[in-house]
Write a protein that binds this ligand. Sequence first.
Ligand SMILES: Cc1cc2nc3c(=O)[nH]c(=O)nc-3n(C[C@H](O)[C@H](O)[C@H](O)COP(=O)(O)O)c2cc1C
Length: 189
Amino acid sequence: MQKVAVCITGASGVIYGIRLIEVLSQLDFRIDLVVSKTARLVLKEEHDKTLEEILNSLKGINLHEEEDFTSPLASGSVLVKYKGIFIAPCSTSTLAYIANGINRNLIHRIGEVALKEKVPLVLLIRESPYSKIHLENMLKIIEAGGIILPASPAFYHKPKRMEDLIDFVVGKLLDTLRIEHNLYKRWRG
Ligand SMILES: Cc1cc2nc3c(=O)[nH]c(=O)nc-3n(C[C@H](O)[C@H](O)[C@H](O)COP(=O)(O)O)c2cc1C
C-alpha cells in the first residue's frame, strides 16, 4: 500500500484537503493526516460536518496531533518511504514557517524533513492578494525543491457545480505526484 501524508492548515478551502483525503482513500492509499488547530476552526465555518464525522466514513487514515513531535512523520528515515506530502490548503503562515526552516508544529517539521530528504512536497496556497513576503516565501520553497500550487480552479472543463471546481484543484494536486485520476477532463486542444 502506498503512503502519503496530508496536512490541512487554517486557510480558507479546507474542503480541498477533505476532498483530497476522500479521493486518496478511495484510491487505496494509506494516509497520515495532520490537521492544524486553526484548520479545525475554519472547518467549522466552511463545512457542515465535523472532522470526526468525515474521518469515520473513510478508510486508511491515521490522524496525528499537530503538537506531536514524537510522531514517526517527524523523522526523515520514515518520510523517505512516502510517495509525497500534500499541505492542502496551506496557509501563508505555514508557508512562512517552512520556507524559513522554523518548526513550531508537526506540519512545519514534516515540510522541513520533506525538503531535506527530497520527498515531493506540494503546498496548495490560498490567499489573495499576495504580498512580496508571500511570493518570496513561495520562491524559497520552489528553490528548495518543493511545489507551489495555487488554489485556482480553471473553467475550460465547463464546471457546473462547486464540486467540479474543487475536483479540478484536487486533480491538479494528484497530477503533481503522477497519481492517476478522473477528477477533471483534460484539455484536448
Ligand atoms: C475563517 C478563516 C479563514 C482564513 N483564511 C485564510 C486564508 O485563506 N489564507 C491564509 O493564509 N490564512 C487564512 N486564515 C488565517 C490563518 O488561519 C492563520 O494565519 C493561522 O495562524 C494559520 O495557522 P496554521 O497554518 O497553523 O493552520 C484564515 C483564518 C480564519 C479564521
